[in-house]
Design a protein around this ligand. Structure first.
Ligand code: CAP
Ligand code: MG
Length: 421
């Protein structure tokens, strides 16, 4: 007799369910057996029948409703999940299943979240429009820098370098992902000194400037640090969303500070990079949009970290569109009331990469250069001037080479990095 797969129903049409798109590589079992096991393990089953299962439990079974080669779609009834609880959601759809012996590899490519669950989250407070309004930059891409060296600088130098970047033309200066409250650069002192410099730069340039203070720390300490930034007049914070944890990120968002939240994704590649196994960046992007960060690192295509143009573009659509269409690696999603997140490209960029990035990813983006500004032969301020000149050239639809003819800093940057447009 053929084996019966109780968790497979290819006629099922998901409605209020969380839908997951998996790439399944079975380990010495059929794809049906593997898919069935994934669905049961993350819903109402286990490795054997149990006498404690009441008949009313059956309606909560997850259903495999599509199998196409290795691509498997599973629908999880929304009653399986506690509303407003990302850790709970992940413990089901991305819990035990990755370690099961019946799969050689298992990759969660995307999730689609129904309105019922989506609306139990806040989403971004400021979003793209809110940030543009705070910064008084209605159209052009925003320019950011990360203070380098990432660790070791004393507070006074950190603040001075931030000032130089701002007066050169950067809109945003951020801490690096691994800068917290180390001995060489105390958190409280750093925020105070850097915000002082921010005020000075705003007065001198007549522009709005942002400092993204890294509040990543133990949860209560993180909240204390965010409060301090707010009290000292800051408008932004940044947090490493993966190392901080989803529960803590929810706590931060729900504390509802008057601070835009910048999401750094340090450590994501530990589970996103292997295309056969783990969880995609798309899923991480979904979760943090739902929780409510305002900006998110999505990759650069051309910089120092991996990610193809297709991947980066699709992630950008996922975080900024209201309705997202299904593709090979993505499920459709209606974001409803959840606002968009502003994309950040960062990692190995110089101002010479800007034309490519804007051509492919559009103007709603923060372009960040750490080494690409502080590594400029002429220094931080001139590196920031060159970054601003690059953006100005693009906005005027002039090539960088042409614009460089009467913009010395850009010309020098082209001589230094020799990257083609
Ligand atoms: C960039 C950066 C960013 C990474 C993050 C760094 O500095 O500060 O953390 O780009 O990567 O430390 O590498 P550089 P992603 O401009 O000097 O490279 O955005 O891909 O998560
Ligand atoms: Mg960094």
């Amino acid at each position: 007799m053929p084996e019966k797969f109780e968790f497979i129903d290819l006629n099922y049409k998901p409605r209020d369910d969380i839908v997951c798109l998996f790439i399944v590589e079975p380990n010495k079992v059929s794809i049906k057996k593997a898919a069935n096991t994934i669905a049961l393990e993350s819903s109402i089953g286990t490795w054997t029948e149990v006498s404690t299962k009441k008949s009313y439990v059956n309606k909560l079974a997850a259903k495999v409703f599509s199998i196409n080669g290795k691509k498997v779609k599973i629908a999880y009834p929304s009653e399986l999940f506690e509303k407003g609880n990302v850790p709970n959601l992940l413990s089901s759809i991305a819990g035990n299943i990755f370690g099961m012996k019946i799969v050689k590899n298992l990759r969660l490519e995307d999730i689609s979240i129904p309105k019922k669950i989506l609306n139990s989250f806040s989403g971004p407070k400021y979003s793209i429009n809110g940030i543009r309004k705070i910064m008084k930059i209605p159209k052009r891409p925003l320019i950011g820098t990360i203070i380098k060296p990432k660790l070791g600088l004393k507070t006074i130098d950190h603040a001075k370098i931030a000032y130089e970047a701002w007066i050169g033309g950067c809109d945003i200066v951020k801490d690096d992902e691994n800068l917290a409250g180390q001995k060489f650069n105390d958190f409280e002192e750093r925020i105070a000194r850097t915000l002082e410099r921010l005020n000075q730069a705003e007065k001198e340039t007549g522009e709005k400037k942002a400092y993204l203070a890294n509040v990543t720390a133990e949860t209560k300490e993180m909240l204390k640090r965010a409060q301090l930034v707010e009290d000292l007049g800051g408008k932004f914070i940044m947090v490493d969303v993966v190392t901080e944890g989803f529960g803590a990120l929810q706590t931060l968002r729900e504390a509802d500070f008057n601070l835009a939240i910048h999401a750094h994704r340090a450590m994501h590649a530990a589970f996103t990079r292997n295309k056969k196994h783990g969880i995609s960046m798309m899923v991480l992007a979904d979760l943090v949009r739902m929780i409510g960060v305002d900006t998110l690192h999505i990759g650069t295509v051309v910089g120092k970290l991996e990610g193809t143009l297709d991947e980066v573009s699709e992630i950008k659509e996922e975080i900024e569109k209201e309705r997202v269409k299904e593709t090979k690696i993505r499920l459709e999603q209606n974001w409803g009331k959840i606002k968009p997140v502003l994309a950040v490209s960062s990692g190995g960029l110089t101002p010479l990469h800007f034309p490519y990035l804007i051509r492919h990813l559009g103007k709603d983006i923060i372009l960040q250069c750490g080494g690409g500004i502080h590594g400029n032969w002429l220094g931080t301020k001139q590196g920031a001037i060159a970054a601003r000149q690059s953006i100005d050239a693009i906005m005027r639809k002039v090539s960088l080479r042409e614009y460089a003819k009467d913009h010395f800093e850009l010309k020098s940057t082209i001589d230094q990095w020799k990257i083609k447009e």
